[in-house]
Write a protein that binds this ligand. Sequence first.
Ligand code: SF4
Length: 610
Amino acid sequence: MKKIALISTPWPLFNRPSIQLGALKAFVQEKLPSIQVDSHHVYLNIAASLGYDLYAKISESTWLAEPLYATLLYPDRAGTIERFWQKRSRRLGLVERLSYQGLCHKIKNFSARVIDKERWENYSLIGFSICFGQLTSSLWFIREIRQRVANIKIVVGGPACAGDMGKSLLQCFPEIDFVIQGEGELPLVRLVEWVENTQDYTSEASIPGLISRHFHNGSERVSQVPHLDELPFPEYADYFNHLKSLTPEKTFLPKIPMEISRGCWWRKKAGPNGSAGCAFCNLNLQWLGYRAKSHHRVVKELETLIEKYQILSVSFMDNLLPAKGLETLFKQIQGIGKDLRLFSELRATTPNEILVAMGGAGMREVQVGIESLSSRLLRKINKGTTAMDNMEIIKNCESPGTPDITGNLILGFPSSDELDVAETLACLEFIFPFRPLKGIPFWLGYGSGVFEMPDTYGIKRLRNHPYYAYFFPPEILQRLRLMVQGYQGGVRYQNRIWKPVKKKLEEWRNTYMELHRVPGAGPILSYQDGQKFMIIRQRGIGSYDMTHRLQGTSRRIYLFCQTQRSLPQILSRFPGFGEEKVGAFLNMMVHKHLMFTEGKKYLSLAVRAR
Ligand code: SF4
């Protein structure tokens, strides 16, 4: 039987199969049943050999991950790369007993073992899926395989190959024959047919979505499956067989990746700065438009995957879940009656009813696109949300029956200023009762809105991030276009103005941890409802709980504002109370940090006690 191989190299999360490999394998096998597709999760080999803890720590940072295989790729740069790695690993708190050289030596041995045990000459084509942090490892494996089998065809694809990044890989690395631009399924099937049937470089072959050093007229035009329901279910058997082959102490229960949609519907909206989608985001370079599977298909796929692999933990890999019908979908998922553990990313505008439906279906954790607690800055980012929206979802995720939230605050976004910082700090004063966010420094992604319109954000001299200069020789680097970009313009100023926010985030994390040290301590700010009155309880460090009793209309206003309400909404709901009295009550609640206010909107902060 004719065979092709699909490879995913370090450093993706080791505890789940590659969704790219799973989707491509299933599609090629469905369309070309005479072809055997083997998917090689090389990252699982390396993680199991290296130790999962160390692998996980390295995979958390692209600047820890990329240098390791860069050292194998360019041994004459080892000294320079080692100095860089030592600095970064210390800063990121990676305490490693092995020397850097020892670590590289181990990785080289483990990787060589993976390569030597396979008969690559049996494959007519080898495809590499290159995502974030997988560039140097993919290049090293490509080079090593090519050295062993000189005439094997190599194709690469994935987010790190979009647009000019893919073209530059083709220019700089002669071992790569083809680059897929955009979605992989259709171009890969056409390429496999070409490899198996003609291999005629002189013909006028043109495969949409595939560029090549061979074809006369390779086509950059993205070619994608029109309806996601047409895709077969992803095929993860190779990963699970691999896992079974490990010794008992190395096995674990993995998570299954699944997608409900591809692309992002928010990208259709052009913001005040003209950029479509969130200005920092480059997650959707691969997709044209937004496509989602039907509910029926999602539920069937989910049921099939959990039955087939006997796993109950599923991560939805979507950049953005569909805007409509989520409550119904998650109620249907709940209806299948399994104790699932789900994960997903979400927009901050997701209402509480959906969060509750998700919680009921087994959604344990959501990563929410918070990014900022300043509405002014959120407008610059074109996030389409406000600080109040963010506060509301963070609060809702503290309530019983909803998923736990994780989210980031972008520090140092170009064009942010002292007023943005002041708004953030003011908002942080109210947010202490809830699960802390993580501060992350802004990084400039190739193809993002900021990258496309640098003038708008006050930056200039865009080029590959200077850190890449440690890994690649200058003659290669100057021709490469890479995922993380460097720039000039206000970087020092940004670092300076965001320092107080960094400090506040640390204080927030410490306070939250301290107040949750006792298991089952409950929310920091909660209420119990007695129907005619309610009691709000505020916990603090080293002090007795503060309690507040609200009665009658005060109680009803507080409950009405469990979701953000404007002053006119409150007044028309409680007409007999009068603007002056309502205003005084709301101000008092804000003063006590029991409510949050922004632009004449009010949000109650206490969540129902568990
Ligand atoms: S961050 Fe999320 S919502 Fe924003 S453009 Fe990217 S995928 Fe879309």
